[in-house]
Design a protein around this ligand. Sequence first.
Ligand SMILES: [Zn+2]
Length: 226
Amino acid sequence: MSLTDRLLDLVFPRSCAACAEPCSGDAFCGACRADLEALPDGLGLFDYAGPVGDAVRAAKYDGRPEAMPAVAAEVARALPRALRDDPPQWVVAVPLHPRRRARRPLDAPGLLARAVGRSLGARVERRGVVRLRDTPPQAGLSALERVANVQGAFAAHPRVAGLDVLVVDDVVTTGATLQAVADALMRGGAARVRAIAAAGVAPRGPLLALGDEAALTRGAVAQLGE
Ligand SMILES: [Zn+2]
């Protein structure tokens, strides 16, 4: 039994991953389950303002890490057809800095990447991308500050050359972090980079021109480089 399954067993009989109301037999209560609708487009598969976003916040900030496997299960189920028909060779998570991982034991992107990789039958490469320097959290920064904050923060494993890669994160707002990771992979010679996040925030104002700007707004799977 995997750790995720054990965590799911722990969370199922307890409480809804999103609203923490008691529920059984499902990770989300009936009301939240009814609101779980995959977004038609955008980098995020689900709305950050909905139950999946609630569960992500609960896991990361409210001391309920057991809510994240429920998110991972929904993400794995909601993966777009385009990915299933044309799966990547590597799935990589947006890496936390080792210091941050030590402070916050929940590696949400890593957990999501493992669920996505399992669902697609694709290899999850833990060292596909590394974080070269710690960066302040993106929350609270403007779109422009977010780009500057993460620029040059990542490096790709040399073995990525020629591969088709999917980058996975928990939350996407402006797409600056995903783009910085994609840039590192492309610099490392990746043949193609796509990206998804569990939850997306509708950006206030236009997305910045980060390479192929259209890629960030088009389709549930964004193509960030080819
Ligand atoms: Zn609920």
